[in-house]
Design a binder for this molecule. Structure first.
Ligand SMILES: Nc1ncnc2c1ncn2[C@@H]1O[C@H](COP(=O)(O)OP(=O)(O)OP(=O)(O)O)[C@@H](O)[C@H]1O
Ligand SMILES: [Mg+2]
Length: 604
């Protein structure tokens, strides 16, 4: 089921770059390829023009110095003409560059969107287990940084590193041809040292940067977690402790950030030293050439112009390499996430689940979230079509787990779960999810309007259907009493509603979904007895003709179930109707006696 690859292993630089290529050369999408080729052509044109500018400049200087072959009457005219040509060439360089960017931008943005979408979809495909373990804030930052990384990589590889390499090669060739191999050799050696130095130092800085990233994520996570737990923090008077925790995380970030800053200064200084040395060596060589009469003043000026021209993008190389290296780290994380195998997967060619009657069978089901701690230890039961089965038992006995397994959030460790004889592992997850309605123990809502949250139950539901569901869930009147009615926003995770209101919104949207199999996990636990009784009626009505699994603490709400299963520490200890279990005088009877006594006490 699992890939042999280690979890979340960040991909290497080359693997990462290779992952981006298909987005720039997608099969069957000619326009993308056309644009890529167009951008490359424009890139080459820009460089050819830009490399010819210092040569024109030299001609102008020589014309002025009177050393050009066409000395004489035309002298003034030639110098002016060359200067204008120089200006035109400079302008054309910029024009070609901008055209190249304009042609490429659509390709780049499209790649970004696709990658972001792919990662987002994949994260939704990952198991609940993964989501519980991973931190949501961290996940969204990984996508954000990864996509930004791809943006950087595309921009800098194609629009900066590519042109730079092209320009360096052209200049080296011109130096070798015009001035002699010694000039080209100096350029090549200096630039090689420069690049090696830059890469080496940057490698070291990436490690520091990674540490900084980790601390940043950590501090951010702590802040979010603390703010989400706003009420809990107040209950326990823990503001000072929370601030301390946050500050500790920020302090580690500070240390890493300072290190990053210092190492940057070191890198910049080293780069400036190397480049200036190279520049001075080449210019001294040219100066001596002029003194010896081998070169013209124009040549001396041209050497300088070329050196300055390659120095500027080289200065930039430090930043570019840093960004690319960083981009690779961030992208590696994102691709690592994309490579994370989904724990629950559809078999190839799996058919959809076909619910005919809705018989649910648990057959010797064993399950654990963690191999060291078994949760279900061989649970077998059957929900006959249209039956209402209640699961009761102490907290932590595995009731909600049974619901999660039936919904196939996880696959069973051994044994099998079947719906109408079809093993859940042999059918598609979407079809299972479409046939089962769940009112979870704690309903979480989208930070949107009440209407949106109820209508979420079924795409395309009409306003009447939404309101009917709200009425059946006994929440319509409450919603209408709100100043903004159905358009009231519920706050993050639905926090602006009370527990009972949230639960009723949850019930309403499941009523709207109207599935043949229902799981009610303490669906009414947050309600007062009267409201609970009211909703019980509509739940009962909804359950007509469907198979329903009800999980409940308050036994009075499930006393009329067709079958009651008492679960304890992952095992079924009793099973039968209310009357049978009472007559049995076992655990259920004891629980019933205790709860009845409590209720009487309350009544009195
Ligand atoms: N994601 C998880 N990872 C590890 N252990 C888990 C996870 N979810 C639940 N458990 C453990 O599994 C056991 C059964 O949990 P479950 O939620 O099924 O209990 P429950 O019977 O629904 O309890 P309650 O009545 O309190 O809702 C618990 O001991 C719990 O600690
Ligand atoms: Mg539970």
């Amino acid at each position: 089921m699992f890939d042999p690859a280690p979890k979340d292993a960040p991909a290497t630089g080359f693997q990462t770059m290779a992952r981006v290529v298909p987005y720039l050369w997608p099969p069957g999408e000619a326009w993308v390829k056309r644009r890529v080729v167009g951008a490359l052509l424009l890139l080459v044109m820009a460089k050819i023009v830009s490399v010819s500018t210092p040569a024109i400049y030299k001609q102008a200087v020589d014309a002025l110095a009177g050393e050009s072959p066409d000395t004489g009457t035309l002298l003034g005219l030639a110098a002016v003409g060359l200067t204008i040509a120089y200006g035109v060439a400079r302008l054309m360089t910029v024009a070609f560059q901008e055209m190249r960017d304009a042609v490429f931008v659509r390709v780049g943005q499209r790649a970004l969107r696709q990658l972001a979408l792919e990662t987002f979809t994949h994260i939704h495909r990952l198991s609940l287990r993964y989501h519980i373990t991973r931190k949501t804030g961290g996940l969204s930052r990984i996508i954000e940084r990864g996509v930004k990384g791809v943006d950087f990589l595309l921009r800098f590889m194609l629009l900066s590193i590519g042109p730079l390499i092209l320009e360096l090669s052209m200049v080296s060739i011109i130096f070798a041809l015009v001035f002699g191999w010694q000039y080209a050799a100096v350029v090549v050696v200096v630039i090689s040292i420069y690049v090696a130095f830059t890469f080496k130092v940057t490698e070291w800085r990436v490690a520091i940067r990674r540490e900084m990233n980790a601390q940043d994520t950590d501090a951010n996570q702590k802040a979010i977690d603390s703010l989400l737990n706003y009420e809990t923090v107040k209950y326990f008077n823990a503001e000072a402790m929370e601030a301390q925790r946050y500050d500790n995380a920020m302090q580690r970030y500070e240390v890493a950030a300072v290190k990053t800053g210092l190492s940057l200064a070191f890198l910049n200084l080293g780069q400036a030293f190397l480049i200036t040395t190279g520049l001075v060596i080449v210019m001294v060589m040219a100066a001596r050439g002029v003194q010896a009469g081998q070169l013209t003043v124009g040549d001396f000026v041209m050497v300088n112009a070329y050196m300055i021209q390659i120095t500027m993008p080289l200065n930039f190389l430090g930043t570019v390499y840093r960004e690319i290296r960083q981009a690779l780290v961030d992208m590696g994380e994102m691709f690592g996430l994309l490579g994370q195998p989904a724990e629950v997967t559809d078999k190839p060619g799996a058919p959809d689940l076909a619910v005919r009657q809705g018989e649910v069978t648990f057959d010797a089901v064993r399950f654990d979230y963690d191999p060291t701690r078994p949760i279900l230890k061989g649970v077998s039961f059957t929900v006959a079509p249209g039956q209402r089965v209640a699961l009761v038992g102490p907290s932590g006995s595995g009731k909600s787990t049974i619901g999660r397994l039936l919904f196939r959030f996880y696959d069973v460790t051994s044994g099998a779960i079947r719906i109408d004889g079809q093993d859940l592992r042999d059918v598609t997850q979407t079809s299972i999810h479409g046939q089962i309605g769940v009112v979870p123990q704690d309903t979480v809502l989208f930070n949107d309007t009440v209407y949106y949250n109820i209508a979420y139950g079924r795409a395309g539901a009409t306003r009447e259907e939404v309101e009917a569901a709200a009425k059946a869930a006994r929440i319509h009147d409450f919603i209408m009493s709100l100043p903004e009615g159905y358009e009231t926003t519920v706050g993050e995770r639905g926090l602006k509603l009370s527990g009972g209101e949230k639960q009723r919104v949850g019930i309403a949207r499941t009523l709207l979904k109207n599935p043949p199999i229902l799981i009610l996990d303490e669906a009414t636990s947050a309600l007062d007895t009267q409201t609970e009784r009211d909703i019980q009626d509509s739940l009962l009505l909804m359950g007509k003709g469907r198979s329903v699994i009800t999980i409940a603490h308050r036994l009075s709400t499930i006393a009329d179930a067709d079958q009651i299963i008492v679960l304890e520490a992952g095992e079924i200890v009793e099973q039968g109707t209310h009357e049978a279990l009472l007559a049995n005088g076992g655990r259920y009877a004891a629980m019933w006696a205790r709860q009845s006594a409590e209720e009487e006490e309350e009544a009195a």
